[in-house]
Design a protein around this ligand. Structure first.
Ligand code: NAD
Ligand code: UDP
Length: 361
């Protein structure tokens, strides 16, 4: 199939482009560049081993998006394109509504006009708010904790309404838990702008010496060691789930909503210690007050994804830490620095294949 990957230059999208390529699909990327570096593009092409056209397009630009759909005949769309920082969304809600919700509406309209009727949507465990029970199943109550979460819930609802109105439209809503880690090559990974708000990139920056110490938000939760528990999932496992969901939609001709997590809760301190083992570095930390709005423990029941898609997470926390560290050590300043060799990065170099596509990126 030929797949349009919206937001494909970002963290999860770039890894998913590689999973698509591995399974023999052709990939075209549309990305506005609002949270991605142009430096990911040559690396992506090199790892994919095939031409990957990357177009700088904002989903809200109806004209540019229509040209893209007129240029290529897409079999399906994977939609990662969104702003994703919870705190930022509280300060700039209208920008989040416009980017994430208006962008989704223009994309759906353009798909409909072009007769493209398969969509995989990046949703989030945030749609469960503070879950009443763990592990969280897909039929748990949905709620909104912040403007970012609202954009995810509204987008799921818009897509659901479209599936009802257009009985031939198929969608997969994938509710991610906590994506971490990086591609085994160390060439692509998560590159947050400024001070990270998520735990794993913060730990990585402490390990590499960019930050002095980790602040652990809360040591008095009713959890195994008093720190918050989450369901961390390796980005490569997550990427593979998108291809499984796409192929499920085609094979079964059905829509689907599933959780993507490992089903295993890991505390902040457990992750810190796993990272110390993987990196050989000490992670200094101090326990500070709880972060407002944080739940004590959130982890998935991922059994529906296994039952329907035949997917389950394969990488454990040690592998997540190992790969996150390799990426960070090779790219101490993310895509802003060129790849450096360090003692931790003994990995096979991928075969280098020249990019043959002229495109707009
Ligand atoms: P990311 O910021 O790395 O990737 C998103 C990409 O979309 C970026 O490259 C950005 O430039 C692009 N983009 C944003 N708005 C756009 C627009 N209007 N038009 C075109 N391109 C646009 O984020 P990520 O971590 O890869 O997340 C991908 C998706 O998964 C997002 O929708 C996010 O909300 C969702 N998600 C992420 C997490 C997480 O922890 N990373 C968890 C749950 C859900
Ligand atoms: N966390 C922390 N210090 C940080 C960032 C996060 O202690 O600098 C904790 C946070 O309180 C939560 C867990 O790490 O218990 C995961 O937080 P993250 O923001 O990565 O994911 P989310 O809370 O959105 O699931």
């Amino acid at each position: 199939m030929r797949i349009l990957v919206c937001g494909g230059a970002g963290y999860i999208g770039s890894h998913t482009c590689l999973s698509l390529a591995e399974r023999g699909h052709q990939v075209v990327v549309a990305d506005s560049g609002v949270n991605s570096s142009a430096r990911v593009v040559p690396r992506l092409r090199r790892l994919a081993g095939m031409p990957v056209p990357v177009h700088r397009v904002d989903l809200r630009d109806r004209g540019a998006l229509s040209v893209l759909f007129a240029t290529y005949r897409f079999d399906a769309v994977l939609h990662f394109a969104a702003l994703k920082a919870v705190g930022d969304s509280c300060r700039r809600p209208l920008e989040y509504f416009d980017n994430n919700i208006s962008g989704t509406i223009v994309l759906l309209q353009t798909m409909q006009a072009a007769g493209v009727r398969r969509l995989v949507f990046s949703s989030s465990a945030t749609v469960y708010g503070e879950p009443a029970q763990v592990p969280v199943r897909e039929d748990a109550a949905l709620s909104v904790m912040n403007p970012y979460g609202r954009t995810k819930l509204v987008a799921e609802q818009l897509i659901g309404d479209l599936c009802t109105a257009d009985t031939g439209f198929r969608a997969a809503n994938l509710r991610y838990f906590n994506p971490v880690g990086a591609h085994a090559s160390g060439l692509i990974g998560e590159d947050p702008c400024g001070e990270p708000t998520n735990l794993m990139p913060y730990i990585c920056q402490v390990a590499v010496g960019v930050r002095e110490k980790l602040r652990v938000f809360g040591g008095d939760y009713p959890t195994v060691d008093g720190t918050g528990v989450r369901d961390y999932i390796h980005v490569v496992d997550l990427a593979r789930a998108h291809v499984d969901a796409l192929e499920y939609m085609v094979r079964e001709d059905r829509s689907v909503t599933v959780n993507l997590g490992t089903g295993r809760g890991v505390s902040v301190l457990e992750l810190v210690h796993a990272f110390e083992r993987a990196s050989g570095r000490r992670i200094p930390y101090e326990i500070v007050d709880r972060r407002p709005g944080d739940a004590a423990s959130v982890f998935a029941d991922p059994s529906l994804a296994q039952e329907l898609l035949g997917w389950r997470a394969e990488f454990d926390v040690d592998a997540m830490c190992r790969d996150a560290w390799r990426w960070q050590a090779m790219n101490p300043e993310g895509y802003r620095t060129s790849v450096r060799r360090t003692p931790v990065m003994r990995v096979r170099r991928p075969k280098i294949v020249a990019a043959r596509v002229a495109d707009a990126y």
